[in-house]
Design a protein around this ligand. Structure first.
Ligand SMILES: NC(=O)CC[C@H](N)C(=O)O
Length: 194
């Protein structure tokens, strides 16, 4: 399976390394044409405002919406989760609006700007290691969204069909199981589309 990592801004190389460790072929995506060659796409962490701006500039808004329409899976981590969301708390304009959820940016406040923890994720046997950096939270989800993990009662991992979102950075640890989970989604979607 070939999986792309949107390479406009943010933690791209780390996702590529984690995907490869999980057994995928990984490609940095810089132009929309490259989307035709991959079976799934990760939108990395970084700064959602910057990623959103560059996506609009280079035609990725329409291209990724189409990609997702074909049933190809998307995985947004941290800023990437914000980019997937239908709604952003406050008066900020949402980006792809693909996932039925409301997110809050920088939701942990100053004291806890970044931290690591072990998280229990539905569908993965043992807790995974998660790094939170100025992380967003999922404040509410629609009926079609499955909550996969919570931290202190707040939603931090969710799935809606072929869309996966995590508030944290799974690519900054040597724990590749969330990437392996996404890779399974990609394989299932590819098998279903033949
Ligand atoms: N590590 C991250 O991706 C941080 C996300 C960033 N705070 C944002 O709002 O876009």
């Amino acid at each position: 399976m070939k999986v792309g990592v949107l390479a406009l801004q943010g933690a791209v190389a780390e996702h590529i390394r984690s995907l490869e460790a999980a057994g995928a072929e990984a490609v940095a995506i810089k132009r929309v044409e490259q989307l035709d060659d991959v079976h799934g796409l990760i939108i990395p962490g970084g700064e959602s405002t910057t990623i959103g701006k560059l996506m609009r500039k280079y035609g990725f808004m329409e291209a990724i919406a189409e990609f997702s329409d074909k049933g190809k899976p998307l995985f947004g981590t941290c800023a990437g989760l914000i980019v997937l969301a239908d709604r952003i708390e406050g008066d900020e304009e949402a980006h792809l609006r693909l996932m039925d959820m409301t997110v809050a940016r920088n939701a942990f406040g100053r004291q806890r700007e970044s931290f690591e923890t072990d998280l229990t994720v539905k569908g993965i046997d043992e807790p995974i290691r998660a790094v939170f950096i100025r992380a967003p939270l999922i404040k509410s989800v629609g009926d079609g969204v499955d909550v996969l993990s919570e931290y202190n009662g707040e939603i931090v991992t969710a799935r809606q069909g072929s869309l996966l979102a995590a508030s944290y950075h799974p690519e900054l640890t040597d724990d590749y199981r969330l990437h392996a989970y996404f890779l399974e989604m990609v394989k299932e979607a590819a098998a279903a589309s033949v």
